[in-house]
Design a protein around this ligand. Structure first.
Ligand code: NDP
Ligand code: KPL
Length: 313
């Protein structure tokens, strides 16, 4: 498909072409833009699997930041613990006309990025997709096709950039509430799938649901003290939302655990604990879960480095 009628073909760079970065890069390519993906582990082809549909996207794949020039849009989609390692990419890609969209979970996405891209504008984005990196450049999209950004001069321009991409950009009128609502989901589902080594079907277990409610109530109290408008109804709705996932969907933290990669707990449950300490709020469940995630040993893996763990029954 060629460029859409309203938005000209634009040069965009996506740093980190894993689950989220791969899906976003494929969408921008579909919209007709000139997409460069900046990767650490080289691959030849970006391939998105969505149910039985497999699509291939001939985006430009680069591993060397010195090959690049500043662009209008940079989408940063590395895990929060890898943000600093993206510094060389950001130096090459950003000038005063660049906007960096930070596609990460948590409530502190843009912290630390400004130092790495001092001349660029920054936009935090809340990503509403479920995707799994099966191999470098090979991604399975489970559900979802949108992300949210705060209202601002960039919001309309970003929405236009994604026209014809199959992804929508929505405006979060109340960013604090939207961020804490998304964090409530992530501190429960990411941590509990990673700890139990089970996919979303684990939320059919009454005890796990009870624990998830406790974690979310703590986060809701902390977010509330920081201005998020969250009630017990939001907590219950967030728990109910776990039933919307297919039973064999996982979370980004579960996939990291299965692959023996670091876990993003510090940006999720760790952030709840940090903010709670500043506010003098007790969050024992989030403290316990953070301690457990931080103490996990790498999994025993099979000959090909594949964890000895069955998929969902
Ligand atoms: N997966 C999901 O469904 C969702 C994830 N999120 C959030 O989105 C963010 C990204 O997660 P996700 O896409 O799942 O993560 P992935 O681990 O799938 O992808 C991250 C990618 O970043 C790459 N990377 C890391 N450091 C660098 C670097 N310095 N230069 C270039 N590439 C680099 C990794 O490369 P390598 O291949 O070498 O490891 C990997 O391909 C996280 O904050 C996550 O919480 C939000 C909503 C949904
Ligand atoms: C749980 C999910 C898929 C929600 O979008 C997510 O954010 C993640 O896996 O990190």
């Amino acid at each position: 498909m060629g460029p859409n009628a309203r938005t000209p073909r634009t040069a965009v760079a996506v740093i980190g072409a894993g689950a989220v970065g791969g899906v976003v890069a494929s969408a921008l390519h579909r919209a007709g833009h000139d997409v460069t993906v900046c990767v650490r582990t080289r691959f030849d082809e970006l391939r998105i699997e969505n149910g039985a549909r497999v699509e291939r996207f001939p985006v430009r794949v680069v591993t060397d930041p010195s090959d690049l020039k500043p662009v209008r849009w940079v989408l940063l989609a590395v895990k929060s613990f890898d943000t600093e390692s993206a510094a060389t990419w950001l130096r090459s890609l950003c000038d005063e006309d660049t906007t960096v969209v930070v596609l990460q979970n948590g409530v502190e996405q843009t912290e630390g990025v400004q130092d790495l891209a001092p001349r660029a504008s920054l936009v935090p984005a809340l990503v509403y997709i479920q995707a799994e990196r099966l191999a470098p450049g090979r991604i399975r999209l489970g559900y979802g096709d949108s992300f949210q950004v705060p209202r601002g001069p960039w919001a309309e321009e970003l929405a236009e950039l994604f026209e014809g991409s199959g992804m929508t950009v929505d405006v979060a009128e109340d960013l604090t509430t939207a961020m804490w609502r998304k964090l409530m989901l992530n501190i429960a589902v990411n941590s509990l799938t990673a700890l139990t080594l089970r996919r979303m079907e684990v939320f059919q277990d009454a005890h796990v649901r009870e624990l998830a409610l406790g974690l979310m109530r703590e986060a809701s109290a902390v977010g509330g003290a920081l201005g998020a408008r969250l009630t017990e109804e939001d907590v219950q709705r967030t728990l109910a939302f776990t039933a919307e996932f297919a039973a064999d969907n996982g979370t980004s933290m579960l996939y990291d655990r299965l692959a023996g990669r670091p876990l993003e707990y510090d940006a999720l449950n760790g952030a709840v604990v940090r903010q709670a300490e500043k506010l003098g709020i007790d969050v024992p469940l989030n403290r316990a879960v953070t301690a457990l995630l931080q103490a996990l040993r790498p999994l025993d893996t099979g000959e090909a480095g594949v964890p000895r763990l069955p998929r969902a029954a």
